[in-house]
Design a protein around this ligand. Sequence first.
Ligand SMILES: [Zn+2]
Length: 105
Amino acid sequence: MEICVDADALVERITGRFSCARCAAGYHDRFKQPRREGVCDVCGGQEFCRRPDDNEQTVRTRLAEYRRKTEPILPYYNERSLVRRVDGMGSVDEVAAEIDAVLDS
Ligand SMILES: [Zn+2]
């Protein structure tokens, strides 16, 4: 399965992630801010944290590694019609549903 993403959009998604330090509820700078700024919707906590590897350099390095080490095998499987593609740029629910559909088929 190939999950197709736009690199810049992926960087924006990953680098914007943060979570509540108390209950680990997930948020995003742009796509999912807490309803009250600085206060967790779930537990009311006011401390948040970011994963140190959710930074642009790490994401770009991972993408480059994928292109160098993994992407080259795609044509082999493509020629045998064994690659299924999923649009990775939808919402979490949309992408999850597409992946489920491919795995069930
Ligand atoms: Zn919380």
